[in-house]
Design a binder for this molecule. Structure first.
Ligand code: NAP
Length: 287
């Protein structure tokens, strides 16, 4: 994948999600035949409009695949103690195999406390330190859904990461860091970039694979991409017209890259699909 002339092929996150969700639905049926329905509890505190859309899509994804799903919405003034008590009850509820608290939570609630309150056995977001530690040390545990989805997208194009240079832009606990660990697990040489990185372009120009997870439009432009590179765009932003867009200048970069993920219709749907996979696997484990 070094010489390259035509525009990049699109890695279609909707089409891939459809395939993976068909498999999930079948496995749900098999579990149901044994008397177990995978159950996901989604908790939303407050009125964040973006969060409302995310939780709606997550619950819809569950319903479409035959899961049992519970959406619990609380006012923004819910106390931390009340939220922790609710998580404790869900940890002990045998009908629930996955618990997700939609982030961000209101400022008076400590997000880390909330994440650590979820039983690692039901941590389908993969944010608990037990899950992070498992990923770090190569043990089995829940993998955070967004980087997990990115790995599935690379797998779908048959991309062999061994010996490739992967550059991850962003180092959050939920995307950048786990992404880098997953790429490393597949034997890529990984560079992690962040806001203090000097000369981002010099690094991205060396990359065979670039994952942009920043949350700013046009962080990656065509002049920063080596011809034939594979580009995954995790970012979710709004352009001046109010349309959803990623971190990557899609029109420019697709002239240079060999593969690219669009926004919308790329990493976003894959994130929800991997949440369903994690919840299903949690239910299968409990069976
Ligand atoms: P985050 O916690 O805000 O992290 C952003 C990262 O980008 C930080 O590590 C930051 O560096 C780095 N950064 C900021 N400006 C930079 C620059 N100019 N050059 C290089 N790095 C820079 O965000 P996140 O939660 O990881 O999410 C990132 C984006 O992905 C957001 O747009 C979010 O909405 C989106 N997202 C999408 C999905 C999906 O399903 N598609 C899921 C999750 C997140 P520092 O660490 O130095 O501050």
């Amino acid at each position: 994948m070094t010489s390259h002339t035509s525009p990049a092929q699109i890695i279609d996150g909707l089409a891939l999600s459809k395939q993976l969700r068909a498999d999930v639905t079948q496995r749900v049926q098999a579990l149901k035949a044994r008397g177990i329905t995978p159950g996901l509890a989604v908790i939303l505190v407050g009125e964040n409009p973006a969060s409302q859309v995310y939780v709606r899509n997550k619950v819809k994804g569950c319903e479409d695949c035959g899961f049992h799903s519970v959406l619990e919405k609380y006012d923004a003034d819910l106390t931390e103690a009340a939220l922790l008590a609710r998580i404790d009850a869900l940890n002990r509820d045998p009908a629930i195999h996955g618990i997700l608290v939609q982030l961000p939570v209101p400022k008076h609630i400590d997000a880390n406390k909330v994440i650590e309150a979820i039983s690692p056995a039901k941590d389908v977001d993969g944010f608990h330190i037990a899950s992070a530690g498992a990923l770090m040390t190569g043990m089995s545990g829940f993998v955070p859904c967004t980087p997990y989805g990115c790995m599935k997208m690379l797998e779908s194009i048959g991309y062999d990461l061994r010996g490739k240079h992967a550059v991850v832009i962003g180092r959050s606990n939920i995307v950048g860091k786990p992404m880098a660990l997953l790429l490393l697990q597949k034997n890529a040489t990984v560079t992690i970039c962040h806001s203090a990185t000097r000369d981002l372009k010099a690094l991205t120009l060396q990359a065979d694979v670039i994952v942009a997870a920043v949350g700013k439009r046009n962080v990656l432009t065509a002049d920063m991409v080596k011809p034939g590179a594979v580009v995954l765009d995790v970012g979710m932003n709004r352009n001046p017209e109010g349309k959803l867009c990623g971190d990557v200048d899609f029109e420019g970069v697709r002239q240079v890259a060999s593969y690219i993920t669009p926004v919308p219709g790329g990493v976003g749907p894959m994130t929800i699909t991997m949440l369903l996979v994690n919840t299903l696997e949690s239910a299968e484990r409990s069976a």
